[in-house]
Design a protein around this ligand. Structure first.
Ligand code: GFB
Length: 319
């Protein structure tokens, strides 16, 4: 298939439009002039329910699908609820991928995560390191579910000749994130904790782990742009990494969040909490070769996310 620009008038379904990724993808598609956008809340269509998904696809028959719906969470949520992360994600992606293939969806992008790669993969992590080593135990259930999604995309391409692709983003952040102090990822978790400490005048703030693991952070608006770019410029079964190409230690990130929030107290490291993977910097040469690069720097993106969080806090709508 020669890669053609997406038909902006064709029916386009964003699965997971109320989440961090889906919300950014929907906003980007609207900005790009897509005129026939379809969404459904989980109350309207529970994607874990195969019958409901089949009925939805029979009715809507989208030409393009971005599969951003998933059960996601930070290291503590993944370590605490592995069975839920496995079961929900396997059902969501299997139902959507099967229904898309059965109803003629032409282009589909499946979103995974950088945690699908081996815990001790050579850094930066290349896409071909997939399945070459043991996974990080705190999120192996979620990782196996996402790896299964990558393989299901490859199997559908082989068996049915569909032009579906998979993308593996690094750690994401931005407006629309989950700021729950226990279940969230590190960046929103720290924003919430430092802002509360600033407002309450707390002398110390606890950061989980040793602070030595390194993480890379991509603003979700950059990710949304990458999703459309890949749908219009990539058609192979191999997953494609999406990242910024640089990382930093958690301790440095925590200080950056404190500075951005304006917190001046002490950081305390709670080493009873897990560190997780020591590093997971993604090799982004594939997507750079396709003409996409991240544009939003961490300081700029963090300041905008803190501003957005404060607006939600004032409106009482923080998730
Ligand atoms: O973002 P995070 O929860 O997940 O944790 P991963 C990243 C690092 O931040 C870990 C430390 O070393 C945590 O110990 N950390 C420090 C904190 N303070 C906090 C805090 O307040 N909250 C959180 N959550 N972490 C996830 C996977 O791994 O990466 C997911 O579990 C997904 O499945 C996601 O793949 C992209 O980056 O370690």
């Amino acid at each position: 298939m020669s890669i053609a620009p997406l038909d902006r008038s064709a029916r386009t379904y964003v699965a997971g439009h109320r989440g961090l990724v889906g919300g950014a993808v929907l906003a980007h598609l609207q900005a790009e002039g897509f005129t026939d956008l379809v969404t459904a809340t989980s109350a309207e269509v529970d994607l874990r329910d195969r019958g409901a998904v089949e009925a939805f696809f029979d009715r809507e028959r989208p030409a393009t699908v971005v599969l951003a719906a998933a059960k996601v969470g930070g290291i503590l949520a993944n370590a605490t609820y592995p069975a839920d992360f496995f079961s929900d994600n396997i059902r969501i992606q299997t139902n959507v991928l099967d229904a898309a293939a059965a109803t003629g969806t032409e282009r589909l992008l499946f979103l995974g995560s950088s945690c699908i790669y081996p815990k001790f993969a050579e850094q930066p992590i290349r896409e071909d390191s997939l399945l070459t080593g043991l996974l990080e135990p705190t999120n192996d259930a979620y990782a196996i579910a996402k790896i299964a999604g990558v393989l299901q995309v490859q199997a559908l391409r082989r068996q049915h000749g569909v032009h579906y692709i998979s993308a593996m983003p690094t750690n994401l952040y931005g407006p629309g994130d989950n700021f729950n102090p226990e279940g969230s990822h590190v960046l929103p978790g720290l924003i919430r904790r430092f802002e509360a400490a600033r407002l309450d005048g707390d002398p110390t703030v606890t950061v989980w782990g040793t602070g030595t693991p390194r993480r890379e952070f991509l603003h979700v608006s950059d990710l949304a742009r990458a999703c459309v770019h890949l749908l219009e410029n990539y058609d192979d079964g191999a997953p494609v990494n999406i990242g910024v190409g640089e990382d930093l230690p958690i301790a440095e990130l925590a200080q950056l969040v404190a500075d951005t929030v304006g917190y001046t107290g002490e950081l305390v490291f709670d080493t009873t909490k897990p560190d997780g993977t020591p590093r997971k910097l993604l090799d982004v040469s594939t997507i750079h070769g396709l003409g996409w690069r991240a544009e939003i720097g961490l300081r700029e993106g963090l300041a905008a996310t803190v501003a957005w969080y404060r607006e939600q806090l004032a409106a009482g709508t923080v998730r």
